[in-house]
Design a protein around this ligand. Sequence first.
Ligand code: HEC
Ligand code: HEC
Length: 212
Amino acid sequence: MLSNSRCFIRIVLIALVSTVAWIVLTASAIDLRDQKPTVQSNRADGLAAWQKVYTVLTSPRCINCHTATNYPQQGDDRHRHFANVIRGPEGWGVPGLNCMSCHQERNADSTGVPGGANWHLAPLSMQWQDTNDRPFSSAAVCRAVTDRAKNHGLDGPGLLKHHTEEPLVLWAWNPGRRPDGSARSLPPLTHAEFVAATGTWVGAGMPCPPGK
Ligand code: HEC
Ligand code: HEC
């Protein structure tokens, strides 16, 4: 009698455990099936958004300060900065020829000197072109901006904030006039489109295209 009821309890327990196991397994299988497509479409949206971000980063108003050389560049043809201006130890130029002796907080349209708060060159770790002035591939720029060892520790929200409010970024959409009086050209997206694309890319986990 005693051993019979123990046996019965054991059978009930085994049945219970296998039912629970079955429920858990099928539920997680359904979960996986449900989640896969959304993860993939997020990644696709993220990659498409990154491609837009990339066209801005490698446009002249941005990449002229993100050089691989010891000097900034000027103009849409990205030629070497005139007067032999060089980056100096921290990107602010050298004593006697530092950036802010010419570049003020605002554009000086009468002289054609562009301006913005803390005008200086991006560090070499944030270069987006090679030493022959060829912009890096989309994959390489993506790796550079997502490498926190190279970008002063910016994570996704940090990058989004930088693109939203950094004065040197905002300057690119208000770049002023050149010494000959002509207006400097703008990046290929509006600032709002650029921020929205960055947001989509960050929201998708900052995917980078494969390849070099
Ligand atoms: C006048 C020079 C200048 C211009 C123009 C400029 N930047 Fe930068 N950028 C810098 C400097 C300097 C830093 C480094 C800031 C710091 O100390 O962290 C930087 C850092 C960055 C970073 C973070 C580092 C990284 O590589 O991930 C991003 C992103 C960035 N810039 C985007 C832009 C974009 C987008 C534009 C154009 C819309 C732009 N920058 C235009 C000078 C410039
Ligand atoms: C002797 C004055 C002077 C100094 C010093 C100077 N600049 Fe300039 N910079 C100018 C003038 C003038 C222009 C406008 C040239 C033009 O548009 O043809 C200019 C243009 C630029 C541009 C081009 C903007 C664009 O997208 O076309 C960048 C970037 C720049 N300077 C960065 C720097 C940095 C970084 C430093 C310090 C390392 C620096 N400059 C030092 C005078 C100076």
